[in-house]
Write a protein that binds this ligand. Structure first.
Ligand code: SF4
Length: 439
């Protein structure tokens, strides 16, 4: 009888990609993949450690799995596991601890576990490498996408930046890039299976290629993927502003498959806070990068992340950050309340901000975000745009197909009873529906 495995992901798209790859490996080895519900023999939880909440959710999920089936094997893998290290071994809800760069070994680790069990031994164990010294890119791959039509492709791992608030370099290690020929092979495979849109992701995507031969960088990789037949859209994951040079902006603008949707991490619009964060740019430089993108594209969708309540962030500094966010005029701002991560430099900084104050600042930015989103969407009313349909949704008792424009605006069209998933259509927008969809 086939063993049943249930998988659950927490955190970013890189983690999601890795779990997808684990799932496809297990399927190939004859496991049956079942929903994350009672009844599985194995539960694999790909954890996250980016904030304290992510840690808590990771722990909760691991315990939930054990509760669903106390006889099942619970495998904890990923960033929370990597950062928490040996502490996890004492957690009775977890049978196997598998750190980053070891995920590829999960099928073999499971086999060993079962063998040991049959021999009457414990089977439990920990597989965690020291990420500080790991220089190897762990090759995982997918042959189809779990997303509706878009395939997220991991091309890079690790980060060398050490922003003072961030735990990720400790959990993910230094920059490692995936070989371009390996990326190309995966993209070709996905294109053959009908995938039209790929999203390039990494922990620090802008560093792609720094550890490869000269000439291998993100732009070269984009060009390689651009040449793949069947791929009609290339979207880029989060970028550092530093990568947007005149040459880069003009080069990507000349590649029609690259979507005019750029996520440039800001974190703060105030220079003194950026300095304390150890970010490598200042607000003026950031603004210049946005201008560059707006020069080569018509109304590109610029999105960003902002942290509120970084240690010592005064009211004036917050106001400077808010005013900058307003001035840039983003399509979307993802707002995060600063989370104190043990082991980082910012955790030891004086003047930590009260939770209540972080919430207040976050609400101010959320309001600005909602307003700007609306304005950006309104600017497309009356225009015709290409939409890649993804899935069916029900709104107000009616069925619709929902998809995305190249700018990543959500659009809907009435359901006509046909399966339209992965269909590229042209839509003229006349209204905004539920403040969320262009119609
Ligand atoms: S760039 Fe900074 S925030 Fe991003 S992963 Fe690296 S250290 Fe963390």
């Amino acid at each position: 009888m086939k063993r049943k495995a249930a998988l659950h992901n927490l955190g970013c798209k890189v983690n999601a990609y890795e779990l997808e790859a684990i799932q496809q490996m297990l399927e190939q080895q004859g496991y049956e993949i079942v929903p994350f519900a009672p009844g599985a023999d194995i539960y694999i939880i790909n954890t996250c450690t980016v904030t304290n909440i992510a840690d808590r959710k990771s722990r909760q999920m691991l315990h939930k799995a054990k509760k669903m089936n106390p006889d099942a094997i619970v495998v904890a893998c990923g960033c929370y596991v990597q950062a928490a290290g040996e502490k996890l071994e004492q957690d009775s809800a977890i049978d196997l601890v598998v750190g980053n760069n070891k995920k590829k070994e999960i099928p073999a680790i499971l086999e060993e576990y079962f063998r040991e069990k049959e021999e009457g031994r414990s089977g439990s164990g920990t597989w965690v490498t020291d990420m500080t010294h790991n220089r190897e890119y762990e090759t995982l791959s997918i042959s189809r996408t779990a997303e509706h039509t878009r395939a997220f492709i991991k091309v890079q791992d690790g980060c060398n930046q050490f922003c003072t608030y961030c735990i990720i370099p400790y959990a993910r290690g230094r920059v490692r890039s995936r070989r371009p020929e390996d990326v190309l092979e995966e993209v070709r495979r996905l294109a053959e299976s009908g995938c039209q849109e790929v999203v390039l992701t990494g922990i620090h995507l802008s560093s792609y290629g720094v550890d490869l031969e000269e000439g291998q960088n993100l732009l070269a990789l984009i060009r390689t993927i651009h040449a793949v037949d069947g791929i009609r859209r290339i979207r880029l994951g989060s970028l550092e502003p530093g990568i947007i040079t005149e040459e880069f902006a003009e080069a990507i603008a000349a590649l029609p498959k690259v979507c005019p949707h750029f996520h440039l991490s800001l974190q703060s619009g105030c220079d003194t806070v950026l300095e304390r964060m150890n970010r490598r740019y200042r607000s003026e430089e950031y603004m210049e990068k946005c201008r560059l993108l707006r020069r080569v594209y018509d109304r590109p969708a610029l999105t960003t992340d902002v942290i509120v309540g970084f240690p010592g962030e005064t009211e004036e500094e917050f106001e400077a950050s808010r005013a900058f966010v307003e001035e840039v005029n983003f399509f979307e701002t993802h707002i995060f309340k600063y989370s104190r991560r043990e082991g980082t430099r910012a955790a030891a900084m004086p003047d930590q901000i009260q939770e209540q104050e972080k919430t207040r600042r976050s609400h101010i930015l959320l309001e600005l975000d909602a307003q700007r989103r609306q304005e950006y969407m309104e600017s497309f009313l009356g225009e015709e745009k290409e939409v890649l349909l993804e899935e069916k949704v029900e709104l107000d008792g009616k069925n619709w197909w929902v998809g995305y424009t190249r700018e990543y605006l959500k659009a809907i069209v009435p359901d006509d009873g046909k399966n339209r998933a992965n269909e590229m259509i042209s839509v003229r927008f006349s209204q905004i529906y539920h403040r969320e969809y262009l119609l």
